[in-house]
Design a binder for this molecule. Structure first.
Ligand SMILES: [Zn+2]
Length: 166
């Protein structure tokens, strides 16, 4: 079995996969401003580990005109990065690590905790309703019955109220 070659992010974008093997989608950008410039055509090229964005007229330092992709979304060594070659006279791209955009990195605020807690409480049967069920003021619904099956806390409160009744 051939040993898998280590892939360096920015080299892989241009050298590791022959362009023919990529899947391409063409697109056209229309200027949204008040004094619009001409449309710009481009294409997305899909590789296993990256998506290259080509824009006609825009290139990179190491590729001939028409072949460079100045923007790439790259996945390597567990990192998702956006690589941007914003200067054709510079070889090094700006790298934006997307790690901080992970939903799992969202900070939990006091409000989030309060919301979660009131949702949790809201899912229980309210004490006044439990009391009404326990004292036969109202009939328990199927929804209540299902809740009692799953929630020892509400069931125990109901039993307490029923004990109080007797
Ligand atoms: Zn409950």
């Amino acid at each position: 079995m051939a040993k898998k070659k280590a892939i360096k992010p920015h080299k892989s974008l241009t050298y590791d996969v022959k362009p023919k093997k990529a899947r391409r989608i063409k697109f056209k950008l229309e200027d949204c401003g008040d004094r619009p410039g001409p449309d710009i055509e481009g294409r997305l090229e899909f590789y296993n580990h990256c998506v290259d964005i080509h824009l006609n007229g825009y290139g990179t330092n190491d590729m001939a005109d028409g072949y460079g992709s100045p923007i790439a979304l790259d996945y390597c060594d567990g990192k998702v990065q956006v690589l941007v070659w914003s200067d054709i006279n510079s070889q090094e791209p700006d790298k934006i690590n997307m790690e901080n955009a992970l939903e799992t990195n969202r900070e939990t605020t006091e409000d989030d905790i309060d919301d979660a807690w009131s949702r949790f409480i809201g899912n229980h049967i309210q004490p006044s309703r439990l009391f009404a069920i326990a004292t036969d003021l109202i009939e328990q619904t199927d929804e209540d019955a299902n809740h009692f099956k799953k929630c020892p806390m509400c069931l125990r409160t109901l039993r307490n109220y029923q004990g109080f009744k007797e």
